[in-house]
Design a protein around this ligand. Structure first.
Ligand SMILES: [Zn+2]
Length: 271
């Protein structure tokens, strides 16, 4: 048995009775610098007089020392400490709801004990970015979103999902038709999952799906704030498009794809 020292996120928490808690923790190992998910058991945290149970909240960024047992599914925690609670996100119910959705989808899309560096970094940068935005330190982005009349969370979620699916290998080369390999121009057909067909390969190819494809490309090629700027430019150029309605339809499509990939509906706050 070895002691692992790590930092990372709590993606799931289950109260297992007698003050004990089980968590799914998405961790960066500070010794060998691998990024994996572990099931950890914390004894007595909910009954403790010395330790604050806030430390095991979902979404928390923590440091943890645990006894790593090879071939064991569950490892026992030696010590756990809170680094960041993301209180600026959690103090508002609606923000916490959206943040939980990101945490939960990340949990569903990751498996235990695989190296998951890119997804870890996505979650890390997204969480701190959201926290800073809500803390009011991103005025420029706030005014930009207001001018577009779209919600911050819709765009964050869209961006996060596309990046997450891309890292997980679910996004094809969206510039090319997934059947004939030709570059897609003007019209496209959004397939199941994250693939697109050209007009020659699918007669129902249309402008809307082509625009969705363009937006996915913007997400894959830009940092979030640049994506928002370019999205605005892009949508302003397309006449007869009602921005928020268009994005809402794209969000619904993304939700369907995610549920399909996970082979079950995304249930929020279920355990
Ligand atoms: Zn084609």
């Amino acid at each position: 048995m070895q002691i692992k020292k790590a930092i990372g996120f709590i993606l799931r928490k289950t109260d297992i009775g007698e003050g004990n808690v089980m968590i799914d923790a998405f961790l960066k190992d500070l010794q060998d610098l691998t990024y994996s998910k572990y099931k950890l058991k914390i004894f007595g945290i909910l009954k403790s007089k010395k330790r604050n149970p806030i430390v095991v909240e979902i979404g928390n960024y923590i440091s943890v020392d645990f006894y790593y047992k090879e071939n064991s599914e569950i490892h026992n925690v030696k010590e756990i400490n809170l680094i960041e609670r993301f209180y600026d996100i959690k103090k508002d119910y609606e923000n916490f709801y959206h943040f939980s959705k990101i945490i939960q989808i990340t949990n569903l899309m990751t498996r235990f004990e695989k190296d998951l560096k890119e997804i870890y970094e996505l979650l890390y940068y997204a969480s701190f970015f959201i926290q800073n935005y809500l803390e009011n330190s991103k005025q420029e982005l706030k005014s930009l979103l207001e001018s577009m009349e779209v919600s911050f969370w819709d765009l964050i979620f869209l961006f996060y999902m596309v990046r997450l699916l891309n890292i997980s290998g679910y996004v094809g080369d969206v510039e090319k038709c997934s059947s004939c390999g030709q570059k897609i121009q003007e019209k496209a057909k959004w397939q199941e999952s994250m693939y697109f067909l050209c007009e020659q390969c699918d007669l129902t190819a249309n402008r809307n799906d082509f625009f969705y494809k363009e937006i996915i490309l913007l997400i894959l090629k830009n940092k979030f704030i640049n994506f928002v700027y370019k999205l605005k430019e892009f949508l302003v150029k397309q006449k007869n498009i009602e921005m928020s309605e268009f994005l809402e339809r794209m969000m619904n499509k993304m939700n369907l794809i995610t549920s399909d990939l996970l082979e079950r509906p995304i249930k929020l706050f279920s355990d």
